[in-house]
Ligand binder design. Structure first.
Ligand code: SF4
Length: 111
């Protein structure tokens, strides 16, 4: 007997199997880390930033250069993803930190 929505995992899948994290926040839904949408905070130490633009080129959805030529986070909270992690890892002056919005745990760069 089936209930029409059970997928055998104990979850009800609704009609299309989506979990509500499929890009409904207006982004493209990519999340190579498998993280949960909306759960990281990007911090930029603007005093440290030297304005290379690498981060903005790597993660343009989350980072941009300000009018002063230094990077800034585009959003108070961001979706975790490979590009964002890569941007934090590649900053030559380690000005970018990606933190868990839930508990402040450092996600990137990895020390
Ligand atoms: S990669 Fe680092 S130094 Fe370059 S713009 Fe971004 S934060 Fe600034």
């Amino acid at each position: 007997m089936t209930d029409g929505g059970s997928d055998g995992t104990g979850r009800t899948s609704g009609t299309d199997g989506t979990d509500g994290r499929d890009g409904t926040d207006g982004r493209d839904g990519t999340d190579a880390t498998g993280g949960t949408a909306g759960d990281v905070v990007v911090r930029v130490d603007r005093a440290r930033c030297v304005g290379t633009g690498l981060c903005a080129a790597t993660a343009p959805d989350d980072l941009a250069l300000g009018e002063d030529g230094r990077a800034r986070a585009r959003h108070p909270v961001s979706v975790p993803g490979e590009r964002l992690t890569e941007a934090a890892e590649m900053c030559p002056v380690e000005a970018i930190t990606v933190l868990s919005a839930l508990d402040g745990r450092r996600i990137a760069p990895v020390l």
